[in-house]
Write a protein that binds this ligand. Sequence first.
Ligand code: GLV
Ligand code: MG
Length: 329
Amino acid sequence: MKTASHSPNSEIFSGRVRRSCLAVPGSQVRFHAKADQSSADHVFLDLEDSVAPDAKVAARAQVIDALRTLEFAGKVRAVRVNACDTAWCYEDIIAVVEGAADRLDCLVIPKVEDSDHVHFVDNLLNQIEGKLGLSRRIGLELQIESARGMENISAIARASSRAEALIFGPADFSASLHAPELTVGPLKPQYPGDYWHYFLARIVVAARANGLQAIDGPYAQIRDTNGLRTSAERTAMLGFDGKWAITPAQVEVLNEVFSPRQEDFDKATAILETYQGATGAGQNGAMLLGDEMIDEASRKMAWMMVERGLRLGMKARPWHPKSPPNLSA
Ligand code: GLV
Ligand code: MG
């Protein structure tokens, strides 16, 4: 859902909070209540790759039961269905949307290869929502996880007004590239620079150009919290909104990394206040805040940070330009 922005800049997207998106295998019922109790912003019950082929049909009812009986209070509630070119996709969508109806916020569509996939899901949802008389539209989160999906990313990103986010899928993407990799989403320190940079940058640009959020995929080394943090910090720096967690133990780090740091929130608030106080008639568009020049572009950057923080309930403290924090640290 896109909500109205309070910003004077109409390009700015305010949507659901997705710092941590917790993946939960649909067929493993014991994990459902744990996900409900977790601090994840977003929980998605999976019918795709974490569910064995023989368990896929039964998992539909298990997922519907979880959505109907658990609260998932304050969380985005999503289901990942099977990909559009599988035998399960259309029945997944019909069963889950009809079964969970108003207790479902979004569908995650994996392995989106081109805009036709998105149109197919969009049309199917139109019919189901019409039949059920649902007043709220189901949103879409589109996984980009193949070379073809990456090539077609712009068309995919603008294919439906239901789209809310683009998600990177590093495991399937590595397989699609024929990259010699056996781990899901690792840091790859042996690569000069950040191995994932181009793909992630491509995704965040396509997302922002179409008013969508950008979400990074899983980091499978579940005991390597430092590696998870580094991976998340890199995507956060690019402008991503959040990242998948594959266990509740990964959630806390992600919620921290994808929240503005208090000192950055304070500085951003100071930029807005200084700028607003100094741009009246006869005044200049550029001014100093401490040792830094600020102007209209600074106001936009600051607003992005403030808007993100306000959605998380942050409160600004006084900020003193004498010891300016390093925004890029
Ligand atoms: C997630 O779906 C991935 O392929 O990494
Ligand atoms: Mg995948």
